[in-house]
Write a protein that binds this ligand. Structure first.
Ligand code: PAF
Length: 238
């Protein structure tokens, strides 16, 4: 495994064969590793990026509290060809002046509760896809609205990388894996979220169970929900 902290070094690195790309913000769990596994099955080489993107955090506290686990992450990626782990200065050398804005899908659901989040996410994903120049890139369905926006952007901007969706990986209790789960006091209580999301009166049932509900809505054939528990924000979709 070769780690690139320097973007120029990565861009100059000679390329051979097909490349699969898994963008992450680190704090890797089995969900990320399932994306890596799929990339390794479908491509000759795999690149994983680790970059905690400041521009997609609408809440500064969430950014400060986001787990930083580079050493452990690199150990989990020992079997991967390449890791790209740049810093913010490299990714945003002139600050955050150029950005990708989508003005329909990005304004609803997550976008309505996290202003600016999807601009930051799309901006960094465009940068990363241009840096990776991969054949295929893998994204989890847990972030369904993110996935739909990335597919839309790739289509609108004629990007050559194929965007692939991978099913949500869950704990044995049903809780969707997320880097933020480490901050939960009671993961079994949190596991009621996907269960109650199935209920016809999901919002009321979730509130009764002690969740603070941001939204429960049907969108593009799925039920999407976002809740807070122990001050940790969880999203899921079925
Ligand atoms: O889903 C994530 O971890 C992030 O939003 C992504 C796609 C790596 C962009 O920072």
């Amino acid at each position: 495994m070769k780690v690139f902290h320097d973007l120029q070094e990565w861009r100059q690195h000679p390329r051979t064969g097909t490349l699969g790309f898994v963008p992450t913000m680190g704090a890797l769990h089995d969900g990320h590793l399932s994306l890596v596994q799929r990339s390794q099955q479908e491509n000759q080489h795999t690149l994983v990026s680790i970059f905690i993107n400041p521009t997609q955090f609408n809440d500064p506290k969430d950014f400060q509290n986001y787990p930083q686990t580079l050493k452990e992450d690199l150990e989990k990626l020992a079997h991967v060809d390449y890791v790209l782990a740049p810093n913010a200065q490299q990714m945003y050398p002139n600050g955050y002046h150029y950005k990708v804005t989508e003005d329909e899908v990005s304004k609803i659901l997550e976008g309505a509760h996290r202003p600016g989040h999807f601009d930051g996410m799309l901006t960094v994903v465009l940068k990363l896809l241009n840096l990776a120049r991969a054949d295929k890139a893998y994204f989890g369905e847990k972030d369904f609205q993110q996935l739909e926006l990335i597919k839309g952007m790739a289509n609108e901007f004629f990007l050559d990388t194929e965007i692939l969706a991978c099913p949500t990986t869950r704990e044995s209790n049903g809780l969707a894996m997320s880097s933020r789960n480490v901050r939960l006091k009671d993961q079994n209580k949190a596991a009621q979220f996907p269960q109650l999301l199935k209920h016809p009166n999901a919002k009321q049932e979730l509130e009764k169970a002690g969740f603070e509900v941001d939204y429960v809505e049907n969108w593009r054939g799925r039920t999407l929900g976002a809740v807070k528990l122990d001050n940790v924000r969880l999203i899921d979709n079925l």
